[in-house]
Ligand binder design. Sequence first.
Ligand code: PHE
Length: 373
Amino acid sequence: MSAPNKSYDPVEVEALKPEEVERARDAALAAVAAASDLAQLQEAKVAHTGDRSPLALANREIGALPPQAKAEAGKRVGAARGAVKKALEQRQVELEAERDARVLVEEAVDVTLPWDRAPRGARHPLTTLSERIEDLFVAMGYEVAEGPQVETEWYNFDALNILPDHPARTMQDTFFVRAQDGTADSGVVLRTHTSPVQIRTMLTRTPPIYVVCPGRVYRTDELDATHTPVFGQIEGLAIDKGLTMAHLKGTLDHFVQAMFGEGIVTRLRPSYFPFTEPSAELDLKCFVCRGASVGDPEHPCRTCRSEGWIEWGGCGMVNPRVLVACGIDPEVYSGFAFGVGLERALMFRHNVEDMRDMVEGDVRFTLPFGMEI
Ligand code: PHE
């Protein structure tokens, strides 16, 4: 590199000698060709076309030449600079295309890869079933009422007209809560049914009363395929003027049709519960065979065991003695009540054969029921 030519002697100016210009051009072209990515190309561009590059210096020298020498030197340097500029542009296009192709491959997203890596749970089908029943009754104007699972004997038995010598009072069925002094006589039990919520409701509200009471209940059964010591019930209670068994039957028919399909009616079989009079067992028409399997051994039905009906719960007209215990005048008001088991419903509604699956909390059991919210 030389200083500006003060002597106006073109021959003396090193930077403008044809072989110097050629060398600078070739070096630039070589650097451009050697650049293997855009950053290297940028470096080559600065080195060979920047202000301090040989070709830029040569270009500046032209201005100092005598007019007669300017044209030729200008042409030479201009051609060299043009060639380098063109090579730069070409290489830029090539390298950009290469980069784009690489980015497409390296940053490609495989939308078919599994995304659900953190497994999500599912709500328990007993919960969703209970909520579905609650919704159904709320739509008919009922309210949802709840009570404690640890209950006094008075609510669980006495107020429901279950006298002390009733079989349900024996140690066989009931979990008794031990008193603080260690005796079994605390007067407190794990509720054996949701019926004590009837009492709590009647004592705190004034008729008309329309409630459903979902919840867990306890009985001293061993856990096996058809028994569990803790299970779910849903209770219904209606107290109003002039309620009859026809209202009970109509309500239950609507209930089971909404749950199991049109035409699935109920059948009430005479029975006995101390807190209802009259009392009935509640059956529903088999929603699978609709009774067609009865007396047809060729086409047995697994759901109802070819009986045509499925047993589901108990019901009846609230016993006047219970109304009196709750301060409701049985001369003015009457009412009906029913209670059904949730596990049983899940068993026959979804062909769940083993109750243990319902209590073990294995997500593989709950997932197929879907993510109902
Ligand atoms: N509580 C009874 C049971 O658990 C069911 C029932 C409820 C019967 C309401 C009649 C009326 O067996």
